[in-house]
Ligand binder design. Structure first.
Ligand code: SF4
Ligand code: SF4
Length: 167
């Protein structure tokens, strides 16, 4: 197994304050979204910032409760979103082209749901109008990260943090 670490496109701003076309995610393709609309589609779950292990023989992905070294588990945010790609080389920037090709993107991810033509759930900040509902619904990783990559030296160190399923 090898650590597949970190990832992506963490949301930022307070979605409810963004001036966007009402329910834009239902009327536009991912490629048609403005930058603000794109960022607002992130629900802030933080799952993509967990380290994953990939079985090199089967390709199976194992989720862990280990956070990227830039992930702040108390806020559920990247601590340096603007510079994340420079500071964490394996942080993956989501784009309209790669959303459908990333096997570890969680089933709840707003980008994945829209790419698959599915509805956003009630707790998505764009639906609820409240950035806290993703946490209140128990979907996010806020307060649920058990270790940081900084604390682990070897791949074997991750084994104790493997989760039974997608968190
Ligand atoms: S660098 Fe930031 S956005 Fe990228 S995986 Fe780490 S915490 Fe998440
Ligand atoms: S998994 Fe998707 S919705 Fe959740 S934080 Fe990452 S990009 Fe945003």
């Amino acid at each position: 197994m090898r650590p597949e670490t970190a990832l992506d496109a963490r949301c930022v701003a307070v979605q409810s304050s963004i001036m966007t076309t009402k329910e834009f995610w239902k009327t536009k393709t991912l490629a048609e979204l403005t930058d603000r609309e794109w960022e607002a589609l992130c629900d802030g779950c933080g799952k993509c910032c967990l380290a994953k292990l990939e079985d090199e023989e089967t390709g199976e992905i194992y989720w862990t409760s280990v956070g990227c070294r830039l992930f702040d588990g108390s806020t559920c945010r990247c601590s340096d979103y603007q510079n994340r790609l420079k500071r964490v080389p394996d942080c993956v920037r989501l784009t309209p082209d790669n959303v459908g090709t990333i096997p570890w993107l969680p089933s709840t991810c707003g980008y994945r749901l829209v790419a698959e033509g599915k509805e956003l759930p009630w707790w998505h900040p764009l639906v609820s109008g409240d950035p806290n509902t993703v946490h209140e619904a128990g979907i996010s990783m806020r307060g649920r990260v058990k270790a940081s990559e900084d604390e682990l030296a070897e791949v074997e160190d991750y084994f104790a943090f493997i989760l039974d399923e997608e968190p």
